[in-house]
Ligand binder design. Sequence first.
Ligand SMILES: [Zn+2]
Length: 238
Amino acid sequence: MAIYLCHEQPDLYEHGATVLDAQPGAVLLSQSAFHPGGGGQVGDIGTITGSNGPVTVSHIEIDADAWWHVIDDSDSVLSGDVEVHVDAEHRLGVASLHTMSHVLNAFVFDEFEGSLVTGAQINSDGTGRMDFDLSQIDNDRLRALEGPVNDVIARGLAVEAVYVDATDAATVEGLVRSLSVAPPPTDDGRLRLIDIAGLDRQACGGTHLTNTAQSRAFKIGKIENKGKRNRRVRFSLS
Ligand SMILES: [Zn+2]
């Protein structure tokens, strides 16, 4: 995995770019602050403005190293210099849910002795879910974690991305906690970790807040049994 521009500059929502290639309904840019999504997290949305005005980007399709910005207007042909605009509100909503899913994950890992995540999804409609490898536990114990997660929002913990050597990271228990959503190392063998001060460190390539206080209140919804060993916890922000 390359290091994304949105990883290097998480506050960059507007920038110029040059169209490298275009086809009906999709465009390839010289640079992009869009997060393409992945690991269950929905990508950024936004606009690209060329000489004929803005077109809406619905998502990114990755083809080898090429990021095709899929646009909702197949008649527009973009070329030359353009302005890229990432929807900040959408980014914030997704980053909030995603960051709070790390916090929930940390509490589940502690409370249920090293229980791993088997799947996760963060949607654009303000909802998300995580699946945990948990059997024979009372769902009320899972639901009771809503309070501690909201305490973390109230405490305003700093959230930081750090890079460590992937070989070293593999030896730290609990660092790569997810069975399915951990990102591959970067091209130079480093692993991107999201550090929530004093609470959690976790390998992840998604978008996150810089402080837990930026999140709205966290709410646990339905908890379902998915097979013998899996619990699905649905959540949203209120
Ligand atoms: Zn993450």
